[in-house]
Design a protein around this ligand. Structure first.
Ligand SMILES: [Zn+2]
Length: 314
């Protein structure tokens, strides 16, 4: 395990320590870059440990038990996959029977099930063999081949889902570049990561997870996407973010009702370092805004699911 000398966001070299994570005998530092306010884990895992960790240890660390896999799959489909499916359909139209939907870190395949049921081709990339086999048994195609070695010459994906995966990746630029190159100009990317402004505020000790290299705020995620050739159509601090290749951006930017509402409820735009250490008078209004934003996202999702179900019945 080595410590980074450069910020993975901007290459800066001056950091301030924010927190520490203790896991068994290991000790990790979470720091913030003085130059770009990017927040990240200082220590880097080497590639052998990384593979060993995600194949054998991650499920244990997350308390996911093998004998409860089918129940967990059903819960994930109902609570996350369908709401997300209706949410995304609100922003763009894809063609079932033609388009390919891919997910990086697809786990048991739950996120891809609504797309498969709607007639899309789906393919998950999952390095954990046990859950990958489960996904295939459930009829959701998954491969343990590395995404950045996969050949998309037969069909280019129209949508890439990266749900709670980007914050785990050591080489985010390599992955985003490969996705951009292989998705074609009409493609979309959906990213969900635990936003440090909304989910970490006043709860940093619980928020910092040993598996997470990056602790994104919307601004740092947008900068990363821009740097890699994407334009953002929608983003909130939760964080949910929809982006597409920059070439076509003029025609495709659309914020939607939720985007407009959330920007009205914008969380104070102070530098991340000050924000995370804010106290006293400032803390209550921020907590209030968080509550509003969380409620809005939750009920807006619920409303979309309701409308989606109604249109299916009709
Ligand atoms: Zn930086």
């Amino acid at each position: 395990m080595v410590s980074r000398s450069h910020c993975p966001f901007c290459g800066g070299q001056i950091f301030k320590q924010l927190s520490t994570i203790q896991v068994e005998a290991f000790h990790y530092d979470v720091v913030i870059c003085k130059n770009c306010q990017g927040c990240f884990r200082l220590q880097k895992w080497d590639s052998d440990f990384l593979i060993h960790y995600y194949n054998n240890l991650s499920r244990l660390h997350r308390g996911k038990k093998d004998d409860q896999r089918e129940n967990l799959f059903e819960d994930r489909v109902k609570e996350h996959a369908y709401p997300r499916y209706y949410f995304l359909k609100n922003f763009f139209k894809l063609r079932s029977e033609q388009d390919l939907i891919c997910e990086l870190g697809s786990y048991d395949g739950a996120n891809l099930l609504p797309w498969k049921n709607a007639g899309f081709d789906v393919l998950g990339f999952e390095c954990d063999e046990t859950v990958k086999e489960f996904s295939n048994r459930m009829g959701i195609a998954a491969t343990s081949q590395k995404l950045i070695e996969y050949n998309f010459s037969k069909k280019k994906p129209s949508l890439f889902i990266l749900s709670h995966v980007l914050e785990h990746l050591e080489d985010v630029d390599t992955y985003l570049t490969y996705i951009l190159k292989n998705m074609g100009p009409q493609g979309w990317i959906f990213i969900e990561v635990p936003g440090v402004r909304l989910q970490g505020f006043s709860n940093l000790t619980n928020y910092f997870d040993v598996e997470h290299i990056f602790h994104f705020e919307l601004k740092s995620l947008i900068n990363l996407l821009k740097k890699n050739g994407f334009s953002v159509t929608y983003g909130d601090e939760y964080i949910r973010c929809i982006a597409h290749p920059t070439l076509e951006c003029e025609k495709r930017v659309q914020r939607g009702l939720l985007g407009k509402a959330l920007s009205v409820l914008a969380i104070p735009n102070m530098p991340l370092e000050n924000y995370l250490t804010v106290n006293g008078v400032m803390k209550l209004p921020i907590l209030f805004l968080h509550k509003l934003q969380t409620l809005l996202v939750r009920y807006y999702y619920g409303w979309l699911v309701f409308c989606g179900k109604r249109s299916v019945k009709a």
